[in-house]
Ligand binder design. Structure first.
Ligand SMILES: Nc1ncnc2c1ncn2[C@@H]1O[C@H](COP(=O)(O)OP(=O)(O)OP(=O)(O)O)[C@@H](O)[C@H]1O
Ligand SMILES: [Mg+2]
Length: 283
């Protein structure tokens, strides 16, 4: 039996439980003004790095922001913000997000999956109901913005996250190469099939300023990915350049925007945040 069939089987056996989870999710999300699912068609394009810094930028502007890490394959947000995972209990008690600052709080599926063995592999296969239990049990209180980090690429887990979070819009993060562009096109078609509103896309890792010669250099064949996505008429939110110091920030848990507020990356994130706060004006 495939994972999807297994999960469907499990879902049909737990219908009343599922109904109460749907109600819990609606309750937990009802006090959030704007919800964004941040997605990418492939792993490693910098989705988590980008949203962590966007969330920090929004919080610095005085917005109440939540970061939900629903990327059950690579939940990295606690690490990137230097937070110690609080373990959620098995009872029905609500999970209180971990504060990074007065205006930014975080809840990760990592808090719900403590059965990791010494090789970093989770003991039991993740079920669709585990993802819903996580989403349903977080008590966000009131927020201006919630960003949800999701597993990369289309699939059953991603579909569950999409369906569990009502009235969310999508932000797509891509890398500036042809393969990324082609994959993103497939992903955008997937969202359209799911009738999920697409708020816009961000191109990450777009060139870098050489520390030695001061010249701008490209890492990838820029152009094809952007052209492919522009043709699909998706609002463009901005480009984030490469900065080698960003990896170090992620590893030490110091968000780049806090450590290097004068950098090009910080400037790019602030411009994107202005568009997000401008909301429908970009359409
Ligand atoms: N603009 C950038 N400049 C330099 N390094 C970057 C940039 N964006 C991301 N990185 C680095 O690339 C690596 C992957 O980034 P990240 O973990 O954010 O990607 P992801 O898309 O969230 O990956 P996953 O699919 O595993 O969730 C990290 O080491 C990160 O520090
Ligand atoms: Mg990630």
């Amino acid at each position: 039996m495939s994972i999807a069939e297994n999960n469907r089987d499990e879902e049909s056996n737990n219908n009343s439980d599922e109904t109460s989870k749907v109600q819990d999710i609606q309750r937990s999300m009802s006090t959030i003004k704007h919800k964004f699912l941040v997605m990418s068609s492939q792993g490693g394009v910098g989705k988590t790095s980008v949203i962590v810094n966007l969330a920090v930028a929004l919080a610095k502007k005085g917005m109440k922001v939540g970061l939900m890490d629903a990327n059950f394959r690579c939940p990295d947000i606690y690490t990137m913000l230097g937070l110690e995972p609080t373990v959620a209990g098995n009872s029905d008690k609500q999970f209180i997000p971990i504060p990074y600052s007065d205006d930014l709080k975080v809840a990760s599926i990592e808090s719900f999956r403590q059965d990791i063995d010494e090789t970093g592999v989770w003991g039991k296969p993740l079920k669709i109901s585990d993802i819903r239990r996580f989403i349903a049990s977080v008590n966000w209180d009131s927020l201006d913005y919630l960003f949800v980090d999701t597993p990369s690429g289309p699939g059953e887990g991603l579909r569950t996250v999409i369906r569990a979070i009502p009235q969310a819009k999508t932000i797509i993060v891509t890398a500036p190469h042809k393969i990324g562009g082609n994959r993103a096109k497939n992903m955008i078609n997937f969202f359209r099939k799911e009738e999920l509103p697409i708020f816009g896309w961000i191109e990450n890792m777009q060139g870098f300023l050489c520390q030695h010669c001061g010249q701008r250099q490209e890492m990838f064949s820029t152009g094809p990915a952007s052209r492919a996505i522009f043709l699909l008429d998706i609002p463009f939110l901005g480009r984030v350049p490469i900065d080698p110091r960003l990896g170090e920030s992620a590893d030490t848990g110091d968000p780049f925007l806090v450590k290097h507020p004068e950098s090009e990356v910080a400037e790019a994130c602030n411009l994107i945040v202005n568009k997000i706060m401008g909301g429908e004006k970009i359409w």
